[in-house]
Design a protein around this ligand. Structure first.
Ligand code: HEC
Length: 451
């Protein structure tokens, strides 16, 4: 995303300069070693920040402080070290040691990037040569659609009724219905959707939310398709190039928006969703139903909401299963718990008994609603009869840094201090023939990689 700026390679400048200097004072060997091993802000750290942090850590971003210059970053050096070492920043909370690791939107740092930041802080966080500071990347603000770069302007935009979000108080919900009429002429396939709060204040108060379109499907049955799912740290939903989501031209939009106050009233906030369509008449090869909720907390073939009872000072686990009635491809994984949530994982138990971890978050933080989007050729392909096994672990002890009160009993509920346990999965159900074809393609690719 931030890779547009290409001046990141470090140059020989300072090493040569330092060499000349130490030759002069006559301690060449030790001096050279030091000049090469001690990282500086401008040459070693700024490139990482510009690539992985400043999208949020800029005056118009959601990060609490800008990290654009040495002056910005220096006071936070110790905290930066702690956050990147703990893998809390950038926000990417997947366990890197287990499960599929190929994601389109992976923003995590590599081990060597983490090591570079740590050794910079340990060396006293030196600035280095200001002339070596890389060019600042473009910093879009929250007024633009993230997917517009890739897809151009959306085909249509829908808007929630206005809400005034109070300055203080508890979380607020905005649950509304609005008609969907006159925006498209006939059935169409959706390529991508993106939902956001209004700019500049709405984007700060909208914690997560959805807008779904309910309509009568071609088979006469009531259907519901997401036209926008938002969460802090989650971008828009872009389906793979041959995949689309079918919608009908008339129906009803259900808005379900969850706001967190920010000590400032936000008047007439209106969440908006942008929708990009495939061209008229185009029928994509695969049809998705978008991101769907798999609950371990409210029915289906999962345990019921009332099953969540977390005693004080305890760690609790809950598992739920869902058996696939047909073959499917899972394109994304988005865990959802609240403040006691610590871990959540998705495993597949295949019809032949084989068990595979598909994704596991071991560092969950309720503030973030990140969707882990599988690379197209890594998205799990699951045969009919596969059991999806969802495991949730809550930590209601004092060791959980965001636990508001470990002395409380915690049950299911909407508020952040209550609990939930479900995952959102991008689901594309497949015909048997599509499943066979995709599986064969994967096997061919795997064979090629081995050979
Ligand atoms: C997707 C947006 C986003 C990205 C990318 C991001 N941050 Fe953050 N950062 C935040 C937000 C929001 C917070 C406050 C909430 C939290 O701590 O989770 C935060 C908090 C922090 C804090 C703690 C600040 C404090 O006052 O204690 C540090 C340090 C930090 N980020 C550093 C970084 C670094 C370094 C990177 C890149 C390697 C980075 N962040 C990438 C959004 C982001």
């Amino acid at each position: 995303m931030m890779k547009s700026c290409t001046q990141f390679q470090s140059s020989w400048g300072p090493a040569v300069g330092a060499l000349a200097l130490v030759l002069l004072v006559g301690t060449a060997k030790a001096g050279v070693a030091q000049a090469q091993s001690s990282p500086t802000f401008t040459e070693d750290v700024a490139p990482i920040l510009y690539e992985s942090c400043v999208g949020c850590h800029q005056p118009n971003g959601i990060g609490p402080m800008p990290l654009l210059s040495y002056e910005d970053a220096r006071p936070y050096a110790a905290r930066i070290k702690r956050k990147v070492q703990a893998r809390e920043m950038p926000p990417w909370h997947l366990d890197p040691t287990v499960g599929i690791q190929a994601y389109k939107n992976d923003i995590s740092l590599s081990n060597s990037e983490i090591a570079r930041i740590v050794s910079w802080v340990d060396a006293g966080a030196p600035e280095g040569d200001p002339a070596k500071l890389p060019m600042l990347p473009d910093l879009p603000d929250g007024s633009v659609w993230q997917l517009e770069d890739l897809l151009g302007p959306p085909d249509f935009v829908i808007e929630a009724p206005p809400l005034t979000v109070a300055a203080n108080g508890q979380d607020q919900w905005w649950v509304q219905k609005t008609p969907f009429e006159g925006l498209i002429d006939g059935p169409r396939y959706v390529r991508a959707t993106e939902l956001k709060g209004s700019y500049p204040l709405g984007v700060k108060v909208l914690h997560h939310g959805h807008v779904t379109l309910g309509f009568e499907g071609e088979d006469g049955r009531r259907q519901s398709r997401p036209l926008g799912r938002q969460g802090i740290g989650k971008g828009g939903d872009l389906f793979p190039e041959t995949t689309g989501m079918l919608i009908q031209p008339s129906g009803e939009l259900s808005w379900n928006l969850h706001y967190f106050p920010i000590d400032e009233e936000v008047a007439n906030e209106r969440a908006t969703a942008a929708v990009w369509l495939y061209p008229e008449g185009y029928k994509p090869e695969y049809e998705t139903i978008g991101e769907q909720r798999f609950t371990a907390d409210s029915g289906g073939d999962m345990p019921w909401a009332g099953d969540i009872v977390i005693p004080p000072h305890s760690i609790k686990a809950q598992q739920g299963t869902h058996v696939l009635k047909g073959p499917a491809m899972v394109t994304s994984f988005r865990p959802h718990m609240h403040m006691r949530g610590r871990e959540q994982s998705l495993e597949a138990i295949y019809p032949d008994g084989r068990r595979e971890m598909l994704a596991k978050v071991d560092n969950y933080n309720h503030f973030w609603q990140i969707s882990y989007e599988y690379e197209d050729n890594a998205a799990p392909l699951l045969p009919k009869g596969t059991v999806l096994l969802i495991t949730t672990i809550w930590d209601n002890t004092a060791d959980n840094p965001v636990n508001p009160d470990p002395r409380q009993w915690v049950v299911f509920g909407q508020r952040g201090v209550d609990e939930m346990s479900h995952v959102w999965l991008g689901m594309t159900y497949l015909t048997d023939e599509q499943f066979e074809r995709l599986s064969a393609e994967r096997n061919r690719m795997a064979a090629r990689d081995d050979g």
